[in-house]
Ligand binder design. Structure first.
Ligand code: SF4
Length: 365
């Protein structure tokens, strides 16, 4: 396997370059390109062509390599299927929004959590990602944004740093970040210190690992926390999220309120609205009945939170059904009537492929 220069420390990179008979300052130039997300050596125009060719023969730039890239027809969303050095595959998504450019990153290859509605867990957990592998997803998106603005030959390593770059990060792709907590914390620290992304523009989403939330409290950075709730009772939640058998709803929410109280932040609640088909093929409400909307309201009453309602994205391997817009709005109306801040998440890039985890899944078939 070729060495990945992004994984080298500054002194390791310098030694590597010096051993190739090159002056030390080339290592600094290389580092600048790597931190911009350069996908290969040929784009590094301030480095002599002979050295670029030599490097290309023996080394790789980043720990993630694009193997598929899909653009939504509205140009707002780009999905990447990325390959890791050991051949594992992950997904990340770049979303261009009115408030900035947001990247959704994966924290694990696959996932062990087994949520019944999710494609990412169908092949199980392969492994945790290193903080470099998570950061590389952001840099890949950054490169994409800058490349769209400049022709590759005009990109300068230090140019154009704060205009239309990645401004927000959501750790909401494949994997459970709080099963890979220390690498995720290291990644967030570096996204903040090296890319200048503020804590408040970083959101970590968990299915409810209470120990992990406690670790975030101890760590003390004021990022945003999102809880994948998806059901307002233990009975229902345990049916669709096995993690609920380990950490019950009240424990998860208590830990989440401790976190948000500490940082005076609003808690994000993720709630996928699921239907099912009866024996006649008719769709009925599963976790989206008026009763569940009332129960969810009781659970969240008086708390500083925002409920994101997520219309179900079809996953062929899962036996849920999507609901009509009316059903989604009826659920939302009950929450709003009860004073719960609620919004329906806008579906992005539906024309480029399905639910989170499906690009990888389909490629593995
Ligand atoms: S929803 Fe998240 S935690 Fe649950 S299986 Fe999917 S990736 Fe894992």
């Amino acid at each position: 396997m070729k060495p990945i220069l992004f994984n080298f420390t500054d002194s390791e990179l310098e030694n590597y370059i010096v051993q190739m008979g090159q002056p030390k300052f080339r290592a600094r130039q290389l580092r600048e390109w790597l931190m911009r997300g350069a996908p290969n050596f040929s784009v590094m125009k301030n480095i002599p062509e002979t050295l670029r060719n030599d490097l290309d023969a023996v080394a790789q730039t980043l720990p993630t390599k694009i193997i598929k890239k899909l653009e939504s027809s509205d140009g707002e969303t780009t999905k990447f299927l990325l390959e890791l050095p050991d051949g594992e595959q992950i997904e990340s998504v770049l979303m261009r929004t009115t408030y900035g450019n947001s990247v959704c990153v994966s924290s694990q290859a696959g996932c062990a959590m087994g949520c019944k509605f999710c494609a990412s867990t169908l092949l199980g957990l392969k492994r945790n990602l290193s903080s470099n592998e998570i950061l590389s997803q952001v840099l890949t998106a950054q490169w994409e944004l800058r490349s769209a603005r400049n022709s590759a030959s005009n990109i300068r390593p230090n140019g154009d740093a704060n205009n239309g770059d990645v401004s927000h990060i959501v750790i909401m792709g494949t994997g459970e970040p709080l099963q890979n907590t220390e690498n995720v914390i290291d990644f967030i620290e570096r996204a903040n210190s090296t890319l200048g992304i503020s804590w408040r523009r970083i959101t970590l989403s968990t299915c409810g690992i209470v120990d992990g939330i406690d670790r975030l409290i101890e760590w003390g950075r004021p990022i945003n926390l999102a809880i994948s709730l998806h059901a307002p009772t233990d009975e229902l939640r345990s049916q669709i999220m096995p993690i609920n058998n380990r950490y019950c709803l009240s424990d998860v929410l208590s830990a989440a309120w401790r976190f948000t109280d500490l940082h005076n932040r609003q808690l994000m609640i993720e709630y996928i609205l699921l239907g099912r088909k009866d024996e006649n093929g008719e769709t009925y409400l599963y976790n989206a009945t008026p009763e569940y909307a009332e129960k969810l309201s009781e659970l969240l009453s008086g708390k500083n939170c925002m409920v994101n309602l997520i219309p179900w994205n079809t996953v062929d391997e899962r036996d849920f059904a999507s609901l009509s817009g009316n059903a989604v709005h009826r659920f939302q109306d009950i929450l709003i009537k009860n004073g719960i801040h609620t919004r329906i998440r806008r579906e992005r890039g539906t024309d480029i492929g399905s639910a989170c985890g499906q690009l990888r899944l389909n490629n593995a078939k």
